[in-house]
Design a protein around this ligand. Structure first.
Ligand code: SF4
Ligand code: SF4
Length: 262
């Protein structure tokens, strides 16, 4: 599934024209956590689906904020205290798909096709405007890219309906962030990774997540203290000098997913 989780720190591929025709292989519905809007996450957990919460954060003047991504990153983030400093949190609620998605049937058809999440409609396009489409990074087999309507031509997305869906997804990201931070605090989630260095990942129970989403008060105080999980000692020391509260001990009630450099 397309998300800010994919295609990080990989070289760009420039392609003038990219045809695309989904062949219905179902690979994008298997072993992919599907980023959801808050409304979608509420429906997913209310119907018994497991969600994973992924967090990354950055400082407004760096570290963690690539200058060319400033506007996009700031608009989808929320400022919270971290030690004597302040960090901007980006929170993803994603359907936790280990193996086939719970909605994928034996014929690789989606059981909720007409109501499937936005990201499922957008794949294989990227939502992050700073991540170019790279067919080789996607699950779609080679034959899906050989003919069909042009998806991209001269670096421009060709399908206006798809462009509208992508913009809806970005808009939801911006509108949902405050409530998502409040939900995290309700669940006791308090550690983020540094953007570009990794993610922290939490797996609340289905019941706890459904309740927290159902009862969220988006106007509640979101001023709880946060910390950064950083494994690299030099980076951890640098962030401490900026006033951040940093944890470098092995994670216990969450996971730290490191991103590979290079
Ligand atoms: S909701 Fe449907 S389209 Fe989306 S990952 Fe699951 S099976 Fe695939
Ligand atoms: S992986 Fe690509 S070709 Fe296969 S079902 Fe998903 S979008 Fe279609």
């Amino acid at each position: 599934m397309p998300s800010d989780l994919s295609a990080k720190k990989k070289p760009e591929t420039v392609s003038l024209s990219t045809p695309f025709n989904c062949v219905g292989c179902g690979k994008c519905c298997t072993d992919h956590h599907v980023p959801l809007t808050l409304a979608e996450a509420g429906r997913w957990s209310a119907s018994g689906g497991q969600l994973i919460v992924l967090l990354e954060a950055f400082f407004e003047q760096g570290p963690g904020l690539p200058e060319d991504q400033r506007e996009h990153a700031l608009r989808r983030s929320f400022a919270v205290p971290c030690g004597d400093s302040q960090i901007h949190l980006a929170v993803t609620f994603a359907a936790y798909n280990v193996g086939p998605c719970r909605n994928l049937d034996a014929d690789y058809r989606c059981r909720i096709y007409t109501e499937r999440p936005l990201v499922c409609r957008i794949y294989p396009m990227e939502i992050n405007p700073h991540i170019p489409l790279r067919p080789e990074a996607k699950d779609c087999p080679p034959e899906a890219w050989q003919d069909g309507p042009l998806l991209i031509h001269r670096d421009q997305l060709q399908d206006p309906e798809l462009a509208t869906l992508i913009e809806r997804s970005r808009q939801a990201d911006r509108e949902d962030i405050r409530a998502k931070v409040a939900i995290c605090q309700q669940l006791g989630i308090d550690a983020s990774a540094l953007k570009g260095n990794g993610f922290t990942a939490y797996l609340p129970t289905v019941e706890a997540m459904a309740k927290a989403i159902r009862e969220v008060d988006a106007s509640a105080d979101t001023g709880s203290a946060w910390r950064l999980h950083v494994a690299d000692p030099l980076l951890a020391e640098h962030l401490r000098m900026l006033g951040a509260q940093v944890n470098s001990e092995p994670a216990t009630y969450y996971s730290f997913i490191a991103l590979q450099a290079g």
